[in-house]
Write a protein that binds this ligand. Structure first.
Ligand SMILES: [Cu+2]
Ligand SMILES: [Zn+2]
Length: 191
């Protein structure tokens, strides 16, 4: 019993450090409201993404990692193109694809909620050619429509509606313009 207790403390401790192998991204809509999170985990074959979102239109939405860690609403064009370090074509069904940042569509339920686990094959949060944290980082973008998996350059997935910045040092780039968000209290200090 005591061992299990100690073990869970250790686990908790591991979650609280800002380890480069786990990172929680805050997702914002075009109006600047935080509408969910994406927790990225380093795994053997890539980066796992645990997604929790609210307030989406029910149905399918394209989602990709884009090349710059810059989410300026309302259109998020500052995030650049899809993350594509290997110079491939867009689309999970494209014969010369996909971009490393391409992900399967997510589906929002009737209440606009998304809970999904995705895998970004071949990517890493550690150092390396395919690191999501190269240069200054990258970003995670959700689109209005679904990604058809073949059309260039973005699967005909429509405008960008949500954006979250993936950065090496999350605290250094915090914008003063962001509205104060009650969910942004320091979770690290919670017990
Ligand atoms: Cu995209
Ligand atoms: Zn793409």
């Amino acid at each position: 019993m005591r061992f299990i207790f100690l073990f869970s403390i250790l686990l908790l401790g591991a979650c609280q450090t800002d380890s480069p192998t786990t990172q929680t991204i805050e997702m914002y809509n075009g109006a600047g409201d935080m509408v969910g999170t994406a927790t990225m985990n380093e795994q053997e074959d890539g980066v796992g993404i645990e997604l929790k979102l609210e307030g989406l239109e029910p149905g399918f939405h394209g989602i990709h990692v884009h090349e710059f860690p810059k989410c300026e609403g309302p259109d998020f064009t500052t995030a650049g193109n899809h993350y594509n370090p290997e110079g491939k074509e867009h689309g999970l069904m494209h014969p010369d694809g996909p971009h490393m940042g391409d992900l399967p569509n997510i589906e929002a339920d009737g209440g606009g909620l998304v809970e999904a686990e995705l895998m970004l094959a071949g990517a890493t949060l550690l150092d390396g050619k395919n690191s999501l944290l190269n240069e200054e980082g990258s970003s995670l973008i959700v689109h209005e429509a679904q990604d058809d998996g073949v059309t260039q350059p973005s699967g005909d997935s429509g405008v960008r509606i949500l954006c979250g910045e993936i950065k090496k040092d999350k605290d250094s780039g915090v914008s003063d313009e962001s509205p104060t968000d009650p969910t942004e209290t320091n979770e690290d200090q919670e017990e």
